[in-house]
Ligand binder design. Sequence first.
Ligand code: NAP
Length: 502
Amino acid sequence: MNDPKISGIAALNLKDPSLFRQQCYVDGKWADADGGKSIPVNNPATGEILGTVPNMGAAETRRAIEAANAAFPAWRVKTAKERANILRKWFDLMMANQEDLAKILTAEQGKPLAEARTEISYGASFIEWFAEEAKRIYGDTIPGHQADKRIVVIKEPIGVCAAITPWNFPNAMITRKSGPALAAGCTMVLKPATATPYSALAMASALAMAELGERAGIPKGVFSVLTGSSAAIGGEITSNPIVRKVTFTGSTAVGKVLLEQCSKTVKKTSMELGGNAPFIVFDDADLDAAVEGALASKYRNTGQTCVCANRLLVQDKVYDAFAAKLTEKVKAMKVGNGMEPGVVQGPLIDKAAVEKVEEHIADALSKGAKVLTGGKRHALGGTFFEPTVLANVNTTMKVTKEETFGPVAPLFRFKDEKEAIKLANDTEFGLASYFYGRDLNRMWRVAEALEYGIVGINTGIISTEVAPFGGVKESGMGREGSKYGIEDYLVVKYLCMGGVDR
Ligand code: NAP
């Protein structure tokens, strides 16, 4: 293995500086792009360049896929327990390096360090969970349809998998895919988002992740990480017939492109796409709890999560009280560099993200919305934005239909349950939804009426490795985490045995 090149990140005082890598990990080796080209990576809080990563393309991707294919036979025949032991070591390494991984994550992504630490343990939990789950990939026996027949169903790893991940959870979106894939006996080629390539392992960076994986004893070729041109890497991944499965987390627009590309070689796909989460507050809700839930759901990661409350629907009778309580809390939020103690809102990922937030606010204001707090770029400059609450929001505004992906809470007013459900479901998305209320009958009615893959009832936090995460409608297909998560990496095979004499 080459020595890691270490640069701008030195200021982070990592306990293990070798976690910060500026090369890709392909077929068990650290590698530069064929032509030596690289891409700079910046810190969104300071604008400083943290370092560079290789600008790889189709040729390097093809080699990584071929290496994954070569590694597959040996990896798949390991017993589930052997794979589980290796994954468990990977998990242990992640947790042992949690602080370093969190620092790398904050430096490249911007989220407060406390949130980054949580992401590392959340990310690691998928490796732990699927290490355990590997031993429980059960099949079936089915009574034969004829006297001499015996039917057995076995589950097998699908083969070489490819993953493409976003920048908002640079660690956890990787482990949610690599954990079940490797546990199932598959091998994987992964392309992280170009904005956040350093976030280690199931911890913070895909590159560092590969390194920790190697330390944990994963054979070469089982897991490769490439950075570079998304179109070239994505093009190779989706067209190469060796790849049997593509798993993607990101925007619905890119998901649709990948689905189309994958159709040419009929690959199995998992798509974790965009959301437009409604957060409904009924008039019998515990308002303080609802405010806490809204803060957690809306402002975590500066509003840049796929399960962020995008539309806050509040019943007439409690609208003003809820708005006042939420505004008071939002005004008190400390914005700044995620490395500083007490900061709860970091910067947005880039200039385009700031412009989208501004566009949504300007559109809402032009159609009658009112700013209760925030509403503009933060005095800190760069990509910092004031945590915002908007009142008098209605369905003619852009925030109704599009994911804002920023720290803006738009408050809609509704009269009754029927109207709330109608508003909530009036979107092509169907990932997460939330509601607060105490009436038990209504809880069931509303939970069943919401056209979403996930419903948070009296809670704003729904992510855990033990539950199935995923959406319906244009939010995608497949589930990550839980006993369902491993199914996406398996194929069912039916064995029909005949000629059994009595
Ligand atoms: P994005 O623009 O779709 O990018 C996601 C990944 O796709 C990145 O690695 C990106 O590479 C890559 N990509 C872009 N164009 C591509 C192409 N033509 N071919 C192959 N790969 C391509 O999304 P994002 O802005 O990073 O992430 C935010 C979105 O992700 C939001 O919509 C959010 O809701 C969604 N998300 C969903 C979930 C979920 O579980 N459902 C979780 C987190 C985020 P580059 O970085 O190189 O452009």
